[in-house]
Design a protein around this ligand. Sequence first.
Ligand code: ATP
Ligand code: ZN
Length: 210
Amino acid sequence: MLRLAIQKSGRLSEDSLNLIRECGISFLSASYKLKTEATNFPLEILYLRDDDIPGYVQDGVADLGIVGQNVLVEAGFPGLEVEGLGFSKCRLSLAVPRAAAYDSIENLQGVNIATSYPRILGDYLAERGVKANLHTISGSVEIAPSIGLAEAICDIVSSGSTLLGNGLREVETVFRSEAVLIAHQNLSPEKQELLEQLQFRMQAVRRARR
Ligand code: ATP
Ligand code: ZN
């Protein structure tokens, strides 16, 4: 039996459950449950916080997972990715206060930047020769400039309205993300075969949606 970890409740949850159902896999879902077993495919679904999913799949506690590429890469396990799923598209961007002068990434030299993505941002800045002071905070990153914690932020953006509402403007796109299917690196041949069946169905669902 394959174990698939998905987000318990959040922006990935509904689309993840819909994708599994559209693959013709039936299961009872109860929001208070931590796991459910499918009735017509050898699959067990685990409901977890998205941040925990890459580590569980890396360790083999779960065989498969559905998670944002942003969370996967930040966790340090990009090699677990099997395929893009086309939903939960968003980007990780740098933003500065609307009135701040900004003409290039060089302006961030020595600046304090608040983010929940120190690894992705650190790599991005290092590739461009920029040394900034990264302050890692886990939520409400966009208020950091207004409370004097940082002069810039790097956070997830989809429409930009949260940035505008906090008096910020987007200046650089650091990373583009979508939901991805991830898999443990050393699946047994039986599980590998089930994964291929599941991928075949997922690809058919995506073709039918287009
Ligand atoms: P958890 O409680 O599981 O830790 P969370 O608060 O970290 O949840 P969500 O806000 O539910 O996470 O976002 C989950 C993922 O959805 C993000 O990591 C990202 O890949 C994607 N995402 C985030 N914001 C958006 C958005 N505005 N539009 C589309 N996708 C988004
Ligand atoms: Zn999370």
